[in-house]
Every structure is written in structure tokens, then in C-alpha cells.
Design a protein around this ligand. Structure first.
Ligand code: IMP
Length: 423
């Protein structure tokens, strides 16, 4: 029986998962999203095109791959329709290559409004949510009030929609949030008609049957391990399990079906939204990294906070996910820097540690660093022949994580990717 390989982010999201899934996709028969929703923005660049996907799996641009939106995802029909419209120029046979789980939870317009109302009420303690309705939709899932995509074909769908919307409106009233719904609902029901044109299935059967037939499946993570609802920097996290375990519950596959776990990380660190970020750089250094890496959110356009690679955090994520191979992204961004740092341990009071404390706030946390120098980017041609300082950087991370790095990305295009021999 074939297995499910997982590709996921080991930091605070935006590691470059879209590029890598698109690059790896030809090796797989099925590519499936298992959690998150339109808060994700997976950027793919190929043949001079740049395209951002939010909910549709990143295997969509390859002929012959089945893309699955799994039950663990929260799907916004309006964003879905927009994504479908955006794919029109590529002339893809979407209805044949994309299916949706009937158990995928649905984001309705008032979920987005609730997200805004809750964030506003938090004041300066806000999470920095993407405001796409993710939290309130997972909240309704856990409260057993949610609507699922399969419900759109039930005779009482409109009634159940109205019930949930009215419940949300009561909450919004308490938050003094003015809900203007006419236009939103028009878009929503137009979008529902588009969703109905797709196959809405018990995709857990489809995926398990594919595995029995020997087909390979790639599970595409969204956000990153440090945003995981259980293990991330709570409460500044997203609302789903972003770690490998989420692929089991989010697709309906058993743990023993999991094969490789590809952990993807940037050669440095970024974060959007609020919350602790121990190695964050401020002032000119932070600005330099943001400019060099063009670090602006793919979903919201917000400037990303930038900082050095954090090995205790990377190791924590590698442990939680059982990472078998590491992929290092955006190595080219560091090339021109005179001095590059890696945090290789924390100090809490007098105690040195590699364990992440319950709260990651930098006020209580000392950082220990090792320093590296840059390299000439145009000398980066193959994995086996890296410039000396980059080679040192790669080996240092491999040694400290006890995990091999199998892929190094040195630019946004599919072609700017170095693979270890035999990968
Ligand atoms: P939410 O998931 O939109 O509620 O956002 C919760 C937190 O996760 C915020 O700090 C967001 O900036 C962050 N976040 C959510 N999705 C992504 C993502 O795809 N990339 C990076 N950060 C994200």
C-alpha cells in the first residue's frame, strides 16, 4: 500500500509551501489540503506567471493530479469562486481535477464579521488574524453548530443557513457590529451554485482507496507548526492543528499510512500578525531582511516581521512532526549579508535550554547565537558544490536538527531549486 507524504511549514507560516508542492506534485497522484482555509496564501511561480492559491491545493497546475480539499479545511465559497475565476486563463479541467470533502466546514459571511468583531474587542491584545473567518468557523465546528459543504445539497440547507446566520447576528449585535449582509449573501449564494458543480464526496474513502491502489498522496499543510492551536505560541495561533497529526484527522487517514514528512523552513524566520518572535530583528536590520526577502503577506499584503533562524523552535517543530527531510527556502536572501546569525539556544535566567517555555516572550528569554558569513549567489549552482559559507550554514543546521536537508530553494521560480542527489 502506498503512503501519504506530508509537506508542512515548521515556522510561523509563509515558508514557501506553494512553490515546493507545485515542484513535488508531479511525483504524486493526489494532492490534498487538510486544514486551514483562505487564511493561507500559497504562491506559485512558473513560466513567467505568479499565482496565489488560498484554498485550492497547489497540485492544480499539473495535468492528471487529483486535488482534494479535505474535511479538516474550512472553505469559504466566495473565495473559492474567486479562485476558480482566477484560474480561468489557465484552461484547466477543474471539475475533473478538484474534489471537496462533504465534511469540510463552511465559512459563511457572518463568520468573517465575527472574526472582525472579536479582534476589535481584543484591542491591543489582538491576534492579528487574517480576518477570513477561520477562528469562528472552527469554533462552530467544535460547538457542533457548523455547516458542512455536503449540506448544500440537503433540502433544508437554506433553513440551516438562516439559523446559523441569525445566531451570529445576535452575537454581532452584542458587539455593536453593524452587519451589512445583502451584497455578501448575494455573492455567497452565487458561489454556492459554483461549489455545487464540483464533486462533493466522502474523500476519506477516495484517499484510502487511492492508497490501496498504490497511488501516492501528498498532504499539503497550511500556516506553520508554530501557529498550531495546541503547540504554537498560544493564544497567538491559528485555530487548527497545523502539525503532521492534523493530516490524519483532516483527511481521514490512519497514522500508520504516513510516509515521509517534509518540513519546510526559511533560512531565516518571519511572522505576520501579533505574538512572540524571539529572534525578531528591529530597525534597519529587520527592514533590510524584509526588503531582500520581499516579505509582505500573500493573503493580506501586510509587512512580515523578520528575524534570524531559531533552532530551538525549528527542532521543536521537527520533533512534533516527525520530520524526515528538511527543505530550506529563500537561501538566496541571506547571500549578500555580511553577518548572518542562527539562534542555537535560549537562556532563561541562568539556565541554558533548548526547550520552548510556555510563553515565548523575549522579556524573559536570552538568546545564544552562532555567526556565519554570506556567499556569492551566482556561485550557487548545485547541491553538491555549494559555496563554502552556504555549505557551512547547511551542515550546521543538519547537525543541530539531526535531519538531512534535501532541498534548497534559491529563488521563487520552479527552476531555482537545488535537490540533493537521489532525492
Ligand atoms: P487566523 O488563522 O486568520 O485567525 O490568524 C491567526 C494568526 O495566524 C495570525 O497571526 C495570522 O497572521 C497567522 N496566520 C494565519 N494564516 C497564516 C498563513 O497562511 N501564513 C502566515 N500566518 C498566518
Amino acid at each position: 500500500m502506498a503512503s501519504v507524504d506530508i509537506l508542512l511549514g515548521l515556522q510561523w507560516g509563509d515558508e514557501g509551501k506553494g512553490k515546493v508542492v507545485d515542484f513535488l506534485a508531479p511525483k504524486y497522484n493526489v494532492v490534498a489540503r487538510f486544514q486551514g482555509g483562505p487564511n493561507a496564501g500559497h504562491t506559485l511561480e512558473f513560466d513567467g506567471h505568479k499565482h496565489v492559491l488560498h484554498q485550492i491545493p497547489s497540485g492544480i497546475f499539473h495535468e492528471g493530479i487529483l486535488n482534494v480539499i479535505g474535511n479538516g479545511v474550512v472553505l469559504d465559497p466566495i473565495t473559492f469562486k474567486r479562485e476558480i475565476d482566477g484560474l480561468a486563463p489557465f484552461d484547466l479541467d477543474l471539475k475533473r481535477h478538484l474534489v471537496i470533502s462533504n465534511k469540510t466546514q463552511m465559512i459563511i459571511p457572518t463568520h468573517r464579521m465575527l472574526d472582525k468583531a472579536y479582534e476589535l474587542a481584543k484591542g491591543d491584545k489582538k491576534i492579528g488574524s487574517t480576518l477570513r473567518g477561520i477562528g469562528p468557523t472552527y469554533q462552530d465546528k467544535a460547538a457542533r453548530k457548523g455547516l458542512r459543504i455536503g449540506d448544500i445539497n440537503e433540502p433544508d440547507f437554506d433553513e440551516r443557513y438562516n439559523q446559523l446566520r441569525d445566531f451570529h447576528l445576535q452575537i454581532l449585535e452584542r458587539y455593536n457590529f453593524e452587519a451589512e449582509l445583502d451584497e455578501e449573501e448575494k455573492l455567497f449564494f452565487e458561489a454556492i451554485d459554483i461549489v455545487r458543480e464540483f464533486d462533493i464526496l466522502s474523500t476519506e474513502y477516495l484517499i484510502n482507496e487511492a492508497l490501496i491502489e498504490g497511488q501516492s498522496v501528498l498532504a499539503e499543510g497550511a500556516q506553520g507548526s508554530l501557529l498550531d492551536i495546541d503547540f504554537g505560541s498560544y493564544p497567538f495561533v491559528t485555530s487548527s492543528n497545523t502539525i503532521a497529526a492534523g493530516a490524519c484527522t483532516g483527511l481521514g487517514v490512519a497514522p500508520r499510512r504516513i510516509g515521509e514528512v517534509y518540513g519546510i523552513f526559511k533560512a531565516y524566520c518571519t511572522r505576520v500578525g501579533s505574538g512572540p518572535f524571539p529572534t525578531e530583528l528591529f530597525g534597519d536590520k529587520g527592514e533590510e531582511l524584509r526588503k531582500l526577502g520581499n516579505e509582505f503577506g500573500a493573503t493580506t499584503g501586510r509587512p512580515r516581521r523578520c528575524g534570524w533562524l531559531d533552532l530551538p523552535a525549528l527542532n521543536y517543530a521537527a520533533m512534533l512532526n516527525g520530520v524526515t527531510q528538511l527543505f530550506m527556502m529563500k537561501a538566496d536572501v541571506l547571500a549578500d549579508m555580511d553577518e548572518i546569525n542562527i539562534c542555537n539556544g535560549y537562556k532563561i535566567g541562568e539556565k541554558e535550554t533548548n526547550e520552548l517555555p510556555l510563553y515565548l516572550d523575549t522579556d524573559n528569554l536570552g538568546l545564544m547565537f552562532d555567526t556565519f558569513s554570506g556567499w556569492e549567489n551566482d556561485k550557487v549552482k548545485s547541491f553538491e558544490n555549494l559555496p563554502e559559507s552556504l555549505d557551512k550554514y547547511v551542515k550546521y543546521i543538519e547537525e543541530h536538527t539531526k535531519t538531512p536537508i534535501s532541498l534548497i530553494s534559491v529563488g521563487p521560480d520552479r527552476t531555482q531549486t537545488l535537490l540533493k542527489e537521489n532525492f
